[in-house]
Design a protein around this ligand. Structure first.
Ligand code: DOR
Ligand code: ZN
Length: 351
């Protein structure tokens, strides 16, 4: 069968997104809202979004920026940053106020995670409350010990944290965010949940399209560096197989994480790939590479809202097989940002 040159999808959502704050937010929001109807907004600001009050204030800054952009249809879904001190009361309040989930950053795992959880045991009461009220836990699944090789941190997290977390809180809804290994894909695929909707994973476009060679191709490539770091080819293949398998446990989350060009091209560059500019084109390219474009709609538009018990979107969008040049850089407030695949072309564009 010939590969299609046009595909229509129910409009997708991005279930894992960083839009930052202040001046830069408007620029990155515009890219996301062009493609997605809703996005889960990550709370790792400085200072982090640890309370309902802070999340509401952040949400109203997002809404002001959407208004300035003339966008009325995009919905930001807010999260809170879990800390050692998050109370059960804050969890119940968050549920009542429409917060969509709590984000677990093991302290020191990634950008602005210093205030994260030092030991998951300290969060027992908050996790119990989350389980009781049906509040999902969104997990950055890496251990942080310097003794553990950076390429092994996700797999060690499964064995030393995730497995016991799921045993202790069997009804807690967990999203294993931005998975990067075949072990994570297998774990999520095979996890027994007693028929309940308690585990899922998001997958980024960069982990479907690139392996770790991309960080070192002909020299160091800071714009391909993110956390969890890209892994070997066998892992990319396993992630692509999971994303295109039709399993409702895997869905779209770009983890698009903007950092200004200067902060990436530095002696100690920040982690994060900026994929928001044409994320859907990137995902289409990945699905097409294994002749599974027919599975893109489930992954991008159905399984996320189904997991979060939200309605699927009503509108449709159309992707065409028409090469799109990705600019070398884009404006980011007063600075610039280098998008994923800068200076190259992507085979698919949004009409
Ligand atoms: O590469 C990453 N960048 N991974 C994360 O987990 C955080 C993100 C960011 O906020 O920059
Ligand atoms: Zn993230």
């Amino acid at each position: 069968m010939n590969s299609p040159t046009q595909i229509q999808l129910i409009q997708p959502d991005d279930w894992h997104l960083h839009i930052r704050d202040g001046e830069v937010m408007k620029d990155v929001l515009a890219d996301t809202a062009r493609q997605f109807a809703r996005a889960i907004i990550m709370p790792n600001l400085k200072p982090p979004v640890t309370t309902v009050e802070l999340a509401k204030a952040y949400q109203s800054r997002i809404k002001s920026n959407l208004k300035l952009l003339g966008i009325s249809s995009f919905i930001p879904l807010m999260t809170l940053y879990l800390t050692d001190n998050t109370s059960a009361d804050e969890v119940r309040k968050a549920k009542a106020e429409g917060i969509i989930g709590f984000k677990l950053y093991p302290a020191g795992a990634t950008t602005n995670s210093d205030a994260g959880v030092s030991d998951i045991k300290r969060c027992h009461q908050a996790l119990e409350a989350m389980q009781a009220v049906g509040m999902p836990l969104l997990v950055h699944g890496e251990v942080t010990s310097a003794d553990i090789d950076i390429f092994d941190r996700e797999v060690v997290f499964i064995d030393t944290v995730l497995e016991s977390l799921r045993k202790d809180f069997p009804e807690l809804k967990i999203v294993f965010e931005h998975i990067t290994t075949k072990q994570a894909a297998q774990y999520v695929r095979d996890a027994s949940t007693g028929g309940k909707n308690t585990i899922a994973a998001t997958i980024t476009p960069q982990h479907l399209l690139m392996n770790r060679n991309a960080i070192f191709a002909g020299g160091i490539r800071p714009h391909n560096y993110c956390l969890p770091v890209l892994k070997r080819e066998e892992h990319r293949v396993a992630l692509l197989e999971a994303a295109t398998s039709g399993s409702a446990r895997f869905f779209l989350g770009t983890d698009s994480a903007p950092h200004a060009k200067g902060a990436k091209e530095a002696a100690c560059g920040c982690a994060g790939c900026y994929s928001a500019f044409n994320a859907l084109g990137l995902y289409a390219e990945a699905f097409e590479s294994v002749a599974k474009l027919d599975r893109l709609e489930g992954f991008a538009s159905f399984f996320g809202p189904d997991f979060y018990s939200l309605p699927r979107n009503g509108k449709t969008i159309t992707l065409v097989k028409q090469a799109q040049s990705i600019p070398a850089q884009l404006p980011l407030g007063d600075a610039t940002i280098v998008p994923l695949r800068a200076g190259e072309t992507i085979a698919w564009s949004l009409i």
